[in-house]
Design a protein. Structure first.
Length: 590
């Protein structure tokens, strides 16, 4: 049997590090860190050369028995750059952390593993150096400014960071050294609000850098908490730039990373049947921060599913994580906080029990709990209305719709007024009150704007119109306080759907008051455009298309198709794409 060997000219070359191989960049091979990784603040890793890591017990790398000896020679094309690119995929990592072949072992490996044999991948390939390198992290002072902006502007959108701990780790340079990924993702979000135009101009570069680092990540990341937090920031950033496909992939990868470490069962009573990873939280503060991270992953998954029809990533049957306690308690916690003081609520798949837990909840008010439960219902609703098996005209379909509607009514009635009134909400909870109630109105629209017979459609559609009117009232109330509170990617699609419902009703009834409300939605999308250019322009153009093509025939078709007519009208989105091209506006996915 012939053994594969590498030409001597290749074996003498400096080995490229993993990140440079992945990016197809020239690597100087310096250790412990190459110059490019050092510039970008990235961890620099090298595969151990085969000649150094194989011991006497490991046989030479054999060719499969099905190959003739003459076929086993290394093709000359393997020496060419990129010859093995087809074997490599972003994000895939076949290393086995903690396993070393230098240690003595009585086990003889008589089978092929990724750790055995000469390297025949592109470790030794030299890549062309590029003239444009993504910027590294900003200076320490600017980084602190961007982190402050994040907690001021984005925390109520992503309430899963313990501020004191995070700021301490930034000031001590701990995160810069151990988890630069989360800082790149956070800088991408915060940069748009920075006073310096040169900093604002780098937000897309930081986003791309964070995406690249996340693609390199392992299935069981060493710094799991910060890695999943970074993924949430990436998903949040992907919405306004219309990079929806990438965001959906981030959600899937982050969920599987969490599941690989068994974090999805951290509060489950069956956790003893599984190995607890070394990164399992050990303090009450760590447990609560993990809960918030995992619930944000759950919430954003459901938010992605309902407007796209894409399947949910997270199956709630495999989710045993308590609903986090109030934010005020979370932010006041320290590493010495006693166990059981977080105020968390056990998660159950029985929605009635969840609703009962909200009505019996003690102070302080926990808006995040209400948002979480709302997305449990939203996830089930999205699964039902987008099911590939249940026909909308079947009795079973309508029975499930009635059950979901009953849950929604009961949940609304269980909420205290401070959770339903934008005006009466406190300053620190108002953002969540808007998010919660717009989501509830969206569920009502999805439930009642159905395809059905004409008589029942009129009654059901009237309920959808009422929900849309509730949403525009939230817009009016919020605008009197702070327009910025409306500019959340969590509710952008909901605002568009509500505007479409009022548009249909206006064309049917001729009520000019509704036209005034539609104009307000247009102004909201203008303000979205000021901050999130792609997202605001997308929905504004889509709404303009509806107004310009408001024929009686088209209005009837939109009404008869139900909510699917609002989301899957290809002519609408084709118009948006064409208009963006006319305006010479770059976009990723419309």
């Amino acid at each position: 049997m012939q053994t594969l060997t590498l030409p001597a000219s290749i074996s003498k070359r400096k080995q490229a590090c993993k990140s440079c191989r992945q990016r197809k960049k020239r690597c100087d091979g310096e250790k412990p860190s190459c110059s490019l990784c050092q510039k970008l603040g990235m961890g620099c890793e090298y595969n151990v050369p085969a000649a150094n890591r194989a011991d006497a017990n490991i046989p030479p790398f054999p060719c499969p028995g099905a190959l003739d000896p003459i076929q086993a020679t290394l093709p000359l094309s393997f020496e060419q750059a990129g010859a093995l690119d087809f074997m490599r995929f972003p994000g895939m990592n076949f290393d086995f952390p903690g396993v070393s072949l230098h240690s003595s072992s009585s086990h003889e490996l008589s089978y092929l593993t990724p750790l055995i044999g000469p390297e025949i991948t592109d470790n030794f390939l030299n890549f062309e150096s590029d003239t444009t390198i993504n910027p590294g992290l900003p200076s320490h002072d600017v980084l602190l400014e961007l982190v402050d902006i994040f907690f001021e502007r984005f925390y109520h959108h992503l309430p899963c960071f313990h501020k004191v701990t995070f700021m301490e780790q930034v000031r001590s340079q701990h995160l810069q050294m151990q988890s630069p990924l989360v800082l790149y993702a956070m800088c991408a979000l915060s940069a748009r609000y920075h006073y310096d135009p040169s900093i604002r101009a780098q937000q897309d570069s930081w986003y791309e850098q964070a995406k690249f680092l996340y693609d390199l990540g392992k299935e069981n990341p060493e710094h799991a908490l910060r890695t999943i937090q970074a993924a949430l920031c990436l998903v949040f950033y992907s919405w306004p730039v219309c990079d929806f496909g990438a965001g959906w992939m981030f959600l899937g990868k982050a969920w599987r990373q969490a599941a690989t470490l068994s974090l999805n069962r951290m509060d489950g009573n069956r956790k003893t049947f599984y190995i607890e990873a070394p990164q399992w939280p050990t303090t009450e503060l760590q447990r609560e921060e993990y809960r918030r991270v995992l619930w944000m992953l759950f919430i954003m998954d459901k938010s992605y599913s309902w407007p796209t029809g894409w399947s949910n990533v997270i199956d709630e049957r495999q989710f045993a994580v308590n609903i986090p306690g109030p934010d005020a308690i979370f932010q006041s916690m320290t590493s010495d906080t006693a166990k059981g003081t977080a105020g968390d609520t056990p998660f159950t798949r029985n929605v009635d029990s969840l609703i009962a837990s909200t009505s019996a909840a003690a102070q302080p008010l926990n808006l995040f709990r209400y948002v979480a439960i709302a997305h449990v219902i939203l996830g089930r609703l999205a699964e039902h209305i987008h099911s590939l098996h249940d026909s909308p005209d079947s009795p079973e379909y309508h029975e499930t719709v009635a059950e979901l509607d009953a849950c929604l009514v009961k949940f609304r009635l269980s909420l205290p007024r401070s959770a339903t009134s934008v005006i009466e909400a406190s300053d620190d909870t108002r953002g969540h009150v808007i998010w919660l109630n717009v989501t509830l109105n969206t569920m009502a629209i999805l439930l009642h704007h159905q395809c059905d017979d004409e008589n029942e459609t009129k009654e059901q559609f009237a309920r959808a119109v009422s929900a849309a009117k509730n949403t525009i009232q939230i817009v009016k109330d919020t605008s009197r306080i702070s327009i910025d509170l409306l500019l959340s990617t969590h509710i952008s699609a909901s605002l568009y759907v509500a505007a479409c419902i009022l548009f249909i009703q206006w064309r049917i009834s001729g009520d000019q008051g509704l036209k005034s409300d539609i104009d307000l939605f247009e102004f909201v999308f203008d303000r979205f455009h000021d901050v999130y250019s792609f997202l605001g322009l997308k929905f504004k153009l889509a709404l303009e298309y509806n107004l310009k093509n408001a024929t009686e025939e088209r209005i009837l078709v939109l009404r008869e198709k139900g909510f699917r007519g609002l989301l899957t009208d290809c002519s609408n989105w084709s118009f948006v794409k064409a208009e963006l091209e006319k305006l010479d506006v770059g976009y990723k996915v419309v």
